[in-house]
Design a protein around this ligand. Structure first.
Ligand code: HEC
Length: 107
């Protein structure tokens, strides 16, 4: 519990100073973003998207580092299997929301 609280406080702090330090991304907040904007592809693997909870699909991606994953999710990414649209196609999402959603997806 205290970890969750300190992670939230940390995320708030990062938000307050306008940085998008992904190490403080909030996976709990990211669930709502995922459910609204990422689930279509990342639940079923549509278009080759790595599925939520598919450790084998995520392992090589996680090795690239969180900053790369967040950047690719924000700007869009064309990989070996398909096309990840910028911000999952929802341009209204903030960089912090994307970082949170990535944290939720790889946790
Ligand atoms: C229209 C389908 C679609 C939606 C919606 C979508 N994704 Fe993706 N995403 C993909 C596909 C396809 C890939 C795999 C691309 C590849 O590796 O060829 C991918 C890959 C990724 C990766 C791995 C990138 C990498 O460098 O390996 C991340 C992180 C990611 N998506 C995050 C998100 C987040 C966060 C959202 C919601 C805000 C989202 N995606 C919504 C299709 C989608």
């Amino acid at each position: 519990m205290s970890r969750i609280i300190s992670a939230s406080l940390c995320a708030l702090f990062v938000f307050a100073i306008g940085s998008t330090d992904a190490s403080a991304a909030n996976a709990a907040a990211g669930k709502a973003v995922y459910d609204a904007s990422c689930v279509t592809c990342h639940k079923t693997g549509l278009m080759g998207a790595p599925k939520l909870g598919d450790k084998a699909a995520w392992a090589p991606r996680i090795k690239k580092g969180n900053a790369v994953l967040v950047s690719n999710a924000t700007k869009g990414f064309k990989g070996a299997v398909g096309m990840m649209p910028p911000k999952g196609g929802n341009a209204k999402l903030t960089d912090v929301q994307i970082a949170d959603a990535v944290a939720y997806m790889i946790k």
